[in-house]
Design a protein around this ligand. Structure first.
Ligand SMILES: [Zn+2]
Ligand SMILES: [Zn+2]
Ligand SMILES: [Zn+2]
Ligand SMILES: [Zn+2]
Length: 157
């Protein structure tokens, strides 16, 4: 099997600020204050300073890519090689989240063959839990939806 390894080459001799090739954020398409991602070298909004600590807002392209994609995770964890082929990422992340991280809108390049997975179900009532949306807990019985979590542990104060 011939595996093509693509590397991002640093462009040399490209004019800065050329009118026709003005960079845009690869995620939202905006121009303006941009930076390149450390993980994959793509143009992205330099907007992390707008993020309000603990607000959990997902309005920062830079932060979203860094926190909610395999590309960002792979880079932060200092794995080797490409994230698309990384066995460590695949192993460490629950398949459902792995697929979500690899295919959500914060990716420049999406996972081409996302693995199949069984939907996660609540161990209490059997309701399907969408992990990327949150609102579940993980305990000795397995995953529990919010309702069953409250039944099991009582309401959080
Ligand atoms: Zn953006
Ligand atoms: Zn990246
Ligand atoms: Zn990895
Ligand atoms: Zn339940």
């Amino acid at each position: 099997m011939g595996r093509r390894v693509q590397r991002i080459k640093r462009m040399t001799g490209s004019k800065k600020g050329g009118k026709s090739s003005e960079p845009r954020c690869g995620l939202c398409g905006k121009r303006g204050k941009l930076t390149r991602t450390e993980c994959c070298g793509n143009w992205i909004c330099d907007d992390e300073d707008k993020y309000v600590l603990f607000s959990f807002a997902r309005n920062s392209c830079h932060r979203n890519h860094r926190r909610y994609t395999l590309c960002g995770f792979h880079h932060t964890e200092r794995h080797e090689g490409r994230w698309q082929d990384c066995a460590v990422c695949r192993d460490e992340i629950e398949t459902e989240m792995y697929v979500h991280y690899g295919t959500n809108e914060y990716n420049f390049e999406k996972l081409s063959n996302p693995p199949k997975y069984e939907p996660t179900k609540c161990a209490g009532c059997g309701a399907v839990i969408v992990m990327s949306k949150g609102g579940y807990s993980c305990g000795p019985k397995g995953y529990l939806c919010m309702k069953c979590t409250e039944k099991e542990f009582g309401r959080m104060p």
